[in-house]
Write a protein that binds this ligand. Structure first.
Ligand code: C2E
Ligand code: MG
Ligand code: MG
Length: 400
C-alpha cells in the first residue's frame, strides 16, 4: 500500500513541486515533504526524519539530482528514488545506469510532465522485491539501454516472428516477413520499436541484422524442404549498407544457412538521407546480382520515395500501412494506394499492401490489382512454430 509511505519531493520549480505534492496527497501518501534542491534534501535525509522514497528532479541549482544520488549511494541511505525529468531519453537511460552503479534503488524515471498514473505505477514498485527495473516513462512502458539490448542479443533472447504474405488472387501464402522480437525474461515479448532505433543510433545494429538473416534463411529452407514454395523477407537498416563488404557477408550467411538468395527478399526503408550513397548503391546492386529480391518498404513515407525507386534495382514495392489502413475512409489515401500499385505494375515490379486488416481492404486491393497483402486480416506475426502450424492449417487459403 502506498499510503503509509513517507515521500520527499526535490524540485526547484515551485509550480512543478506543488503539482507533484498535490498528486502525492491525492494518492493518499502518509507524509509528503519537499526540498528545492539536493542540498536541502540531503540535510533532511541526514537528520532523523523518516523518508522512504525520494522523488527527484535532475537539473537544480546548488546541488543537482546527479550529485544528490552520488551522496545517497555513498552514504548508503535506505531510500528508493524516482527521477522526474524533461531531459532527452538517451540522457535518462545513462542517468539510470549511473544510479545503478552508485547502488541506488531506482524505481524508475518519469518524463515531465508527471502524470498521476506514472507516479502511482512507480510508487507501487517500492513494495515489490528489489529487482532490475528499466527506465519507466509515464505510461509504464519500459525503455532499454543499448547495453541491455546487446546483452539480450548475446543471450540469444531475440528471434524472428513471421507474418504471412498472401497472394491476393489465389489467397495462398507466398512468403513471410521476418519481424524481430525480444523475449525478455522479465518483460515478456518486446517489439522492434523498443530496440531498432536505439541500435541504429548507436551504430550497433549489425548483430541483430545477421541473427535475423541467419534464422530467417534457415526457417525458409525448412519450409521449402517440406515442399512449400515460400520466400522470406528480412528488414535491413539503411545505415548498414554503407559498409562496403556488407553484400558479400549477407550472401555468405544466407548460403551457409542453406538458402538460395533468390528465395530471400531484403526490405529497405530509407529512414535517413543517404550520406554514403555510393557504397549503398554498390551493395544493393551486388545483392541484386546475387539473386536477392529488393523491396522498398514503407513506400510513400519519409525518404522512401520516387527518387529511390529510380536509383535502386527494386523488385517489389510495399505500400505503407498508414495509407492502406486510412484508405477505407479517406479518398486521398485510396488514390495514393491505387496509383502506387499502378506504378509498380508499370515498372514491372510486384506490389504489396501492408496493414490489410479487414475483408473490405482485401477486396478493394484485389480490385485495384495489387499482387500481395500482409496484415492482421490474414494473420498477426507469429513465432516459427506457430507459423509452421499456420501453414499446415486449412485456413491458409482466404476467400479470393
Ligand atoms: P515494417 O517492416 O513495415 O513491418 C510491418 C509492421 O506492421 C510490423 O510491425 C507488423 O507487425 C505490423 N503490422 C502487420 N500487419 C498489420 C496490420 O494489419 N495492422 C497494423 N496496424 N499493423 C500491422 P512490427 O513488427 O512492430 O515492426 C515494426 C518495424 O520495425 C518494421 O516495420 C520494420 O521497419 C522494423 N523491424 C522489424 N524487424 C526488424 C529487423 O530485424 N531489422 C530492422 N532493421 N528493422 C526491423
Ligand atoms: Mg518490412
Ligand atoms: Mg512497412
Amino acid at each position: 500500500m502506498v499510503n503509509n509511505l513517507y515521500v520527499l519531493i526535490v524540485e526547484d520549480h515551485d509550480f512543478q513541486r506543488r503539482t507533484v505534492v498535490r498528486m502525492l496527497h491525492s494518492l493518499g501518501i502518509a507524509e509528503v515533504m519537499s526540498a528545492s534542491n539536493g542540498k536541502q534534501a540531503l540535510a533532511l535525509l541526514r537528520g532523523t526524519t523518516r523518508v522512504d522514497i525520494v522523488v527527484c528532479d535532475l537539473d537544480m541549482p546548488e546541488m543537482d539530482g546527479l550529485e544528490l544520488m552520488r551522496h545517497l549511494g555513498q552514504e548508503k541511505h535506505a531510500v528508493s528514488v524516482i527521477i522526474t525529468s524533461a531531459q532527452e531519453r538517451s540522457l535518462l537511460v545513462s542517468v539510470q545506469n549511473m544510479a545503478y552503479a552508485y547502488g541506488i534503488r531506482l524505481l524508475g524515471v518519469i518524463e515531465k510532465p508527471v502524470t498521476l498514473k506514472g507516479l502511482a505505477n512507480l510508487l507501487a514498485r517500492h513494495e515489490e522485491p528489489h529487482k532490475f527495473q528499466p527506465v519507466c516513462v509515464n505510461d509504464g512502458e519500459p525503455v532499454f539501454s543499448v547495453e541491455q539490448i546487446l546483452h539480450g542479443l548475446q543471450q540469444s533472447q531475440f528471434e524472428p516472428f513471421f507474418q504471412p504474405k498472401m497472394d491476393l488472387m489465389s489467397g495462398r501464402v507466398v512468403g513471410a516477413e521476418a519481424l524481430a522480437r525480444w523475449r525478455h525474461p522479465e518483460y515478456g515479448l518486446i517489439g522492434p520499436d523498443k530496440f531498432i532505433a536505439l541500435l541504429e543510433q548507436a551504430e550497433d545494429i549489425e548483430g541483430l541484422t545477421f541473427m535475423m538473416l541467419e534464422k530467417s534463411a534457415y526457417a525458409c529452407r525448412m519450409w521449402r524442404a517440406r515442399g512449400l514454395e515460400l520466400t522470406v523477407s528480412v528488414n535491413l537498416s539503411f545505415a548498414t549498407l554503407a559498409t562496403p563488404a556488407f553484400a558479400e557477408h549477407i550472401t555468405q550467411v544466407v548460403r551457409l544457412a542453406g538458402l538460395d538468395p533468390r528465395h530471400m527478399i531484403l526490405e529497405i526503408t530509407e529512414s535517413m538521407a543517404m550520406t554514403e550513397v555510393a557504397p549503398a548503391l554498390e551493395n544493393l546492386a551486388r545483392l541484386r546480382m546475387r539473386g536477392f529480391g529488393l523491396s522498398i518498404d514503407d513506400y510513400g513515407t519519409g525518404f522512401s520515395s520516387l527518387q529511390q525507386l529510380m536509383r535502386i534495382p527494386y523488385t517489389e514495392l510495399k505500400v505503407d500501412q498508414s495509407f492502406v489502413i486510412d484508405s477505407a475512409l479517406n479518398p486521398a489515401s485510396r488514390i495514393i494506394v491505387e496509383s502506387s500499385i499502378r506504378m509498380a505494375r508499370q515498372l514491372g515490379i510486384k506490389s504489396v499492401a501492408e496493414g490489410v486488416e479487414t475483408q473490405a481492404d482485401w477486396d478493394t486491393l484485389r480490385a485495384m490489382g495489387c499482387d500481395f497483402a500482409q496484415g492482421y486480416f490474414a494473420a498477426q506475426p507469429m513465432d516459427e512454430r506457430q507459423f509452421t502450424e499456420f501453414l499446415t492449417s486449412k485456413e491458409i487459403i482466404l476467400p479470393p
